[in-house]
Design a binder for this molecule. Structure first.
Ligand SMILES: N[C@@H](CCC(=O)N[C@@H](CS)C(=O)NCC(=O)O)C(=O)O
Length: 241
């Protein structure tokens, strides 16, 4: 049995794993787990990942969850080019620094704006108090500032002159609120220029393909059966409202 990847490209960490595998010509079988249909709670997926989250992979009889662990596994197994996860001590530390930081800052606030601006009001039809939205936008703004000022500084990419896992993990999170209709690049020429470098390094075609779903979610969302999201509702409201 070859490598199987359980993904839904609406999900940021799924996009990073997908782009990483495709860009590095790693052969895999795409197993779609539709989050909007709640397929992560199905019996079969429970055998792959008891955490009930995507991405997850199965490589023979080895199952692995967590996007960053998955990409590090693939980088080692397939000997991907060094720049993705550099061997040199301090460059690797720079990548690890971003990967460690982003979980509860960039990822948290990018997701929060996505849910508060789009999923909760437009799909779940629940009103979002203005002060919640304003606070989430402020937190996202602070995260983007830190991404620019602390992590990018004047470098083309987070760890130097070449794209690494840090840029990949960053860009998929930065794009999530864009899917909700927020132009995070407006007034941020440095962030926009970095995004264009990342897109070019990945390849525009692959970047656009991976992001097509999230950038068109406003159209797709109109056809989502909101009752399918009932399973998420308590968790989402607890997390974001
Ligand atoms: N830290 C995990 C996060 C995975 C995660 O939160 N996945 C979300 C989609 S972005 C998910 O599967 N959510 C399903 C649920 O919570 O029901 C990773 O990087 O892989």
């Amino acid at each position: 049995m070859g490598l199987e990847m359980y993904l839904d490209l609406f999900s940021q960490p799924c996009r990073s794993v997908y782009i990483f595998a495709r860009k590095n010509n790693i052969p895999f079988d795409f197993k779609k787990i539709s989050l909007l249909k709640g397929e992560q709670y199905g019996k079969d997926f429970g055998q792959i990942n008891v955490l009930r989250k995507v991405p997850a992979i199965r490589d023979g009889d080895f199952c692995l969850a967590e996007s960053i662990a998955i990409m590090m596994y693939l980088a080692e197994k397939y000997h991907t080019p060094d720049h993705w996860y550099p061997a040199e001590l301090q460059k690797r530390a720079r990548v690890n620094e971003y990967l460690s930081w982003q979980h509860n800052v960039m990822r948290t606030y990018g997701s929060k704006v996505f849910w508060l601006k789009f999923m909760i009001p437009k799909i779940m039809k629940i009103e979002v108090p203005k002060e919640k939205m304003d606070a989430a936008l402020e937190d996202l703004d602070g995260s983007l500032k830190l991404l620019e000022e602390k992590f990018l500084q004047d470098r083309p990419f987070i760890a130097g002159n070449k794209i690494s896992l840090a840029d990949l993990v960053a860009i998929v999170e930065v794009m999530q609120p864009v899917g909700a209709g927020l132009d995070v690049f407006e007034g941020r020429p440095k962030l926009r220029a970095w995004k264009e470098r990342v897109r070019a390094a990945i390849g525009a075609e692959l970047f656009d393909e991976a992001h097509q779903g999230i950038l068109e979610i406003a159209d797709i969302g109109q056809h989502v059966d909101a009752s399918q999201l009932e399973i998420f509702k308590p968790k989402v409201l607890r997390l974001f409202l």
